[in-house]
Design a protein around this ligand. Structure first.
Ligand SMILES: *Cc1c(COP(=O)(O)O)cnc(C)c1O
Length: 460
């Protein structure tokens, strides 16, 4: 069964009846007694568990291989290892991270079609066999540097409807697949399947259907050439929150019938996917503090009525994390981040047009171009939800601004559920639904011991 799991998470259980949101409040209250008021995260690992259960319910035929690049936090990766997911690694360092948690190489796919030679050798030396390719040059490198690779041909998809397009960089066009497979045959390589990635922020679920149909075409060619094609990898791009145009269950409602049509359950093809944001986005809440503020009066305003003067000014808020830090997702992931207010506004509270800026001295460091917020003061807090994907993973300390502290939390029932899955595998659907009715949880500042074997890894 699952081999990796934490023996020890060094953070407290949520107290009985408390949620991650209560921890946010508590941290805000603690910080507000001082002038420190640094930005911080609260990460609810119970949310990662919920996502896993949601995945297994919606896509029972598909084993998730979590895309580590999305958030390589050791605690998150350990949690997922305990839950029995596989991992999509794109580099030697990501492979090393996952293997340091005791994850078996068979649970890793090296899903980078363009790899450095030394890193292919590293994968070979560490037993990682599954890897993607999309070109002839890559095949030649693998033939030279890997002892027994199981190759997966990454095909291009129509990602014109995705927010983050990937097929401009990766994926072989359908018409070149036969040539690539023939070349693999000549080189004596073993091709086991097909992968694709529809791009992230996909707004049309039919993209998956077309890609799955294309994969079937390539399977036929592979079979014809004598490969034993038995792996389909449908990639990532599944939304991490419900705050999106195309919801997770709307996508799965299209994927499942497409799989049943092109890869029916009796065809003996193992199906995997590479979700990244799906697992982590909503687990993280980022809390930032207003460090500076400007009021820009509009000279042309015709309103002389002070109280109704919502149009006569624009507010600029400066906060202590920005696009060089956690909000790099705005630049790299085309994210749109809007704050939720920490203090509920009064019903008659005036809302002003505002912009929100990061702390660095760069004009590019803007988080929100325009939104409506009340008149707040230096020292007030803003909360950003759904901040787990492509945030902490790529943030820098440009201009000397440090990364926010990270506080992990989990409720005791959620923790017990993770342990149970780690030791016994997924529960029957009927049992699983009970978990989230139980809001009760207990215990405090404890160092949490995982049971005994086979769970070995350790989280600090
Ligand atoms: C980035 C990436 C993923 C994860 O994408 P999400 O949109 O976070 O699900 C999966 N597979 C590959 C090959 C990737 O490059």
């Amino acid at each position: 069964m699952n081999t990796a799991a934490p023996t020890e998470f060094e953070f407290p259980f949520l107290e009985e009846g408390f949620t991650a949101r209560d921890v946010v409040e508590q941290k805000i209250n603690e910080s507000s007694t001082t002038d420190e008021r640094d930005a911080f995260y609260v990460c609810d690992l119970g949310d990662v568990l919920k996502k896993h259960l949601r995945w297994m319910r919606a896509l029972p035929r598909i084993t998730p291989f979590y895309a580590v690049k999305c958030n390589d936090s050791r605690t998150v990766v350990t949690t997922l290892a305990s839950l029995g997911t596989g991992f999509d690694c794109a580099s030697k360092t990501e492979i090393a991270l996952v293997q340091s948690l005791g994850v078996d190489p068979s649970r890793i796919i090296y899903a980078n079609p363009c790899k450095q030679v030394s890193q292919i050798k590293y994968a070979s030396a560490h037993g990682v066999q599954m890897m993607t390719f999309d070109s002839e040059v890559e095949l030649m490198k693998v033939a030279r540097c890997h002892d027994n690779a199981k190759l997966v041909l990454r095909i291009a998809t129509d990602d014109s409807k995705a927010v983050c397009r990937l097929s401009v960089k990766f994926g072989a066009p359908l018409k070149s697949c036969r040539g690539l497979l023939e070349r693999a045959k000549e080189l004596g390589l073993n091709v086991i399947g097909v992968s694709f990635h529809v791009g992230s922020g996909c707004t049309d679920a039919k993209t998956y259907t077309q890609a799955i149909a294309d994969a079937r075409t390539v399977f036929h060619i592979g079979d014809e050439l004598g490969f034993n094609m038995d792996l389909l990898d449908i990639g990532g791009g599944f939304p991490g929150s419900d705050n999106v145009e195309l919801k997770f269950e709307e996508i799965t409602a299209v994927i499942n019938p497409a799989l049943d049509k092109y890869f029916p359950a009796d065809c003996d093809v193992k199906i995997i996917a590479e979700p990244g944001r799906f697992y982590v986005a909503s687990a993280y809440t980022l809390v930032v503090n207003i460090i500076a503020k400007k009021v820009i009066m509009d000279e042309d305003s015709v309103s002389d009525d002070e109280d109704e003067g919502t149009n006569d000014r624009t507010l600029m808020y400066y906060v202590n994390d920005g696009v060089y830090g956690s909000f790099n997702c705005i630049l790299y992931d085309h994210a749109h981040c809007l704050p939720v207010l920490h203090k509920k506004p009064k019903p008659d509270e005036i809302m002003y047009p505002c912009s929100i800026w990061g702390p660095t001295c760069d004009g590019l460091d803007r988080i929100v171009e325009q939104c409506y917020l009340p008149d707040m003061q230096v020292g007030d807090w803003l909360v950003f939800e759904n901040m787990g994907a492509y945030t902490v993973a790529a943030s820098s300390t440009f201009n000397g601004f440090q990364r926010p502290d990270l506080h992990y939390v989990i409720s005791r029932p959620a923790w017990q559920h993770v342990q149970q899955i780690c030791l016994q595998g997924m529960p029957a659907p009927a049992e699983e639904s009970r978990l989230f009715e139980v809001s009760a949880c207990c215990g405090q500042e404890s160092s949490l011991e995982m049971p005994t074997k086979p769970c070995q890894a350790r989280v600090v």
